[in-house]
Write a protein that binds this ligand. Sequence first.
Ligand SMILES: O=C(O)CCC(=O)C(=O)O
Ligand SMILES: [Fe+2]
Length: 247
Amino acid sequence: MDSFFLKHLIDVDKANEESILDALDKHGIITFNGIFEIDCFLDLCSKIGPLFNHPDADVNGLTQITHKVDGIDRPGVPGLTDKNLVPHTDRATVADPPFYTSLLCIKTAAHGGDTILADGKEIYDVMKNRFPSELSLLEQPDGAIFGRGSHQYSSAIFNSQGSASKYIRFRYDDIAYFSAEIIQALSVFLTLVYQCQHVFKLDNGQGYIVQNGRWLHGRHSFEGDRLMNRALIDSKFGTMNFGFSVS
Ligand SMILES: O=C(O)CCC(=O)C(=O)O
Ligand SMILES: [Fe+2]
């Protein structure tokens, strides 16, 4: 097993609500293994919080992430193709994105489809030390627009929550628009996303849960009938601790 995956691995049979929430609070991530039943996945999610409603979700509240061979006839759904997905925030187009996003692997791809995770806190800290002027451009409230038409949200990439905490909001696809002023800073940011990335392949029954205001997640392009189940989860404690603290 990949060392990053192992480092954050919880024992789903033994871990209780408190230890899971504690790990998520500290690191913004947990990984898990050996979940082959949807009910077990839903049970794990329910320890964390209520499911966040998504328009593509099924009756259980889960979204099947797979390559829709008949094509997608609307913008902003590169997740439902076999293409590379640049690390992003889920539901970046809405005012209050889900607190957590989770993925369970039902079927691995024949080739590719590796998971990519990058810690927004780590990227923020590097930018603060090495690229402070670029960072301040990415903190401009209207540097980016995510979404199109009647569903769009104007935002910074690093947003402030009080004086000591930030949350990340980012996507880089057909419905992401950036001010010309921040393009240079964006290229520094993207380089850091790939420098900080953890890449590993989820096997059947394996998955992750990440805090959506802190970690960006994505995947490599793939071939074959890869199938993932996604759960978007809200926090039981409101949105107060969304994101990460900064010094
Ligand atoms: O397929 C994956 O691994 C991730 C999919 C995803 O992040 C999305 O559809 O938003
Ligand atoms: Fe996603």
